[in-house]
Each structure stands twice: as structure tokens, then as C-alpha cells.
Ligand binder design. Structure first.
Ligand SMILES: C[S@@+](CC[C@H](N)C(=O)[O-])C[C@H]1O[C@@H](n2cnc3c(N)ncnc32)[C@H](O)[C@@H]1O
Length: 250
């Protein structure tokens, strides 16, 4: 996890932490996509104090993973309204059916609980185990509307910060959403709606599709582009500046 993603989670806690109620038992936190690949690369350290009870969930077993759900998109292991906070970083882009995961996050949150998600809006292909999506500010509005969640804030790394911060090239997009403070029949209706959203994934585990290798389209397109634009912009600039193929420094 890049430093600026961690900094976003720190800023979330610094700003919205005041709205969390620490008067009772430790707040239950679920991190989705919690597997640790390097030292200090998940949000766990932010929830290390006795005020929180942290659970890490991932589709792969490993360091920092407490739960591998038997169905990655329908978490039968987790009860409705059983977490105060759901956080996820650098995971939604790797999740072919992220809307099902967001529906499950909404279901397991208690009414009034927060979802905090960081996912990139740019960046090179990197597979964990697949790389499916990038997110913009309005992505979260669409997702929150589908789930009936309240979108509290949506953020996109600014052009300026993208050039200054570590990890800025990922153009992180941030969702801060809240489960509506419903109870009784209204809460049951909310959960029923979420179950309908994940229903297509309930009976069978949908295999994660990997992209096929480049085919006839890729060959046709790339050879036509090689004809139309035989040189890169920097090669062209060097040629115009120095003539011939040219080198930048002579
Ligand atoms: C790039 S890693 C990020 C791990 C960690 N959050 C970090 O920032 O370093 C993406 C993680 O998402 C997990 N993942 C992919 N699809 C998932 C899904 N449907 N539900 C939960 N985790 C998923 C992968 O197994 C992987 O561990």
C-alpha cells in the first residue's frame, strides 16, 4: 500500500473519528482485501489500540487475513449489522464484482456505520489476481445510490497532489459512505434489497475471468497505428530539434 493511501485512512479517522461512539465495547472494524504483501501495507495499524476490534478479510489466505469467506461475494460467515466500520484500500480495482462486495459491506455494517474505500483512478496494470477497474468521484455516487447508502464524501487525488505525493500516480479515489440509521422493518427491507444485489453470486462461485491474450483486433489496430504514428512524441521532438533520429544530448 502506498503511503498516500495510508494517509487518506489516517485523515478519515482524524476527521470522522469524532463521530464514532467509543463509550461501549471496542468498535468492530472489517478490512476488505486485508492481505499483507509487504511490511505495514494494510490499515490494521490504524486500529491497533484497544478501542478497536479489527478483522481482516481477503479471498486469499495469508498474512493479516482472519477470514477467507467460502463464497468471496456472499459472506455467509458474517452477520448483518455486526461491524461499526468497513475499510478497504487498493482492492476494489481487483474485484471483478465490486458492487457485490460493497453490498456485503453495507449489509454487515451497523446502522450509522461508515464505509471507507480507497481505489485508484489511474495507474498501470497490476494483477491481484486480476485488474478490472478504475474509479472516479461519481463512481461512488452510483455505487452508494444502488445500495441505498448515504454518500458522505467522495474524493479524487488532485492534479497537484498526484505529482507531489508518494503513490500519486494511482490518482486514488475515496468513498466515505454511511449506512442509514434504520431499524425494524425499514432495516430489514434495506438488507433484503442488498441480498437481491448479491443473489446472482449466491448459488455458485463465479470464476474470476482473466483477459484472453491480444488477438486479431490488437494486431490490426497496432499495425494501423504504427503506420499512422510511427514515432513517439518525444522521438518526434528530438528529430525536429536535432534532425535525423537525433539524441537528446550530443
Ligand atoms: C493490491 S492487493 C491490496 C492489499 C492491501 N489492501 C494493500 O493495500 O496492500 C488487493 C487485494 O484484494 C484482494 N481481493 C481481490 N478480490 C477480492 C474480493 N472480491 N474480496 C476481497 N478481497 C479481494 C486480493 O486477494 C488482494 O489481497
Amino acid at each position: 500500500m502506498h503511503a498516500s493511501s495510508y494517509a487518506k485512512a489516517e485523515a478519515f479517522l482524524a476527521t470522522y473519528g469524532a463521530e464514532l461512539d467509543f463509550s461501549g465495547p471496542p468498535l468492530r472494524v472489517l478490512e476488505v482485501g486485508s492481505k499483507s504483501y509487504h511490511a505495514q501495507d494494510t490499515y490494521r495499524d490504524l486500529f491497533a489500540s484497544g478501542r478497536f476490534d479489527y478483522v481482516g478479510l481477503d479471498i486469499e489466505a495469508g498474512a493479516n487475513v482472519d477470514i477467507v469467506p467460502s463464497n468471496p461475494f456472499v459472506w455467509d460467515e458474517l452477520s448483518d449489522a455486526s461491524f461499526d466500520l468497513c475499510v478497504s484500500g487498493q482492492t476494489f480495482e481487483h474485484n471483478p464484482y465490486f458492487w457485490a462486495t460493497f453490498a456485503e459491506m453495507a449489509r454487515v455494517l451497523r446502522p450509522g456505520g461508515f464505509a471507507f474505500v480507497v481505489a485508484p483512478g489511474a495507474g498501470h496494470v497490476h494483477r491481484y489476481p486480476v485488474d478490472c477497474w478504475r474509479f472516479y468521484p461519481d463512481s461512488w455516487a452510483a455505487l452508494a445510490t444502488l445500495m441505498g447508502m448515504e454518500l458522505v464524501e467522495s474524493y479524487f487525488e488532485t492534479d497537484d497532489l498526484a505529482q507531489r505525493v508518494e503513490g500519486g500516480q494511482w490518482r486514488d479515489s475515496v468513498c466515505i459512505a454511511r449506512k442509514p440509521a434504520l431499524d425494524g422493518a425499514a432495516l430489514e427491507r434495506f438488507h433484503t434489497r442488498l441480498r437481491r444485489i448479491v443473489a446472482p453470486f449466491a448459488d455458485e462461485i463465479v470464476p474470476i475471468a482473466k483477459a484472453p491474450p491480444p488477438g486479431r483486433f490488437a494486431v490490426a489496430y497496432e499495425s494501423e497505428m504504427a503506420r499512422r504514428a510511427p514515432e513517439t512524441l518525444s522521438t518526434r521532438l528530438r528529430r525536429l530539434r536535432f534532425g535525423g533520429a537525433g539524441k537528446l544530448y550530443r
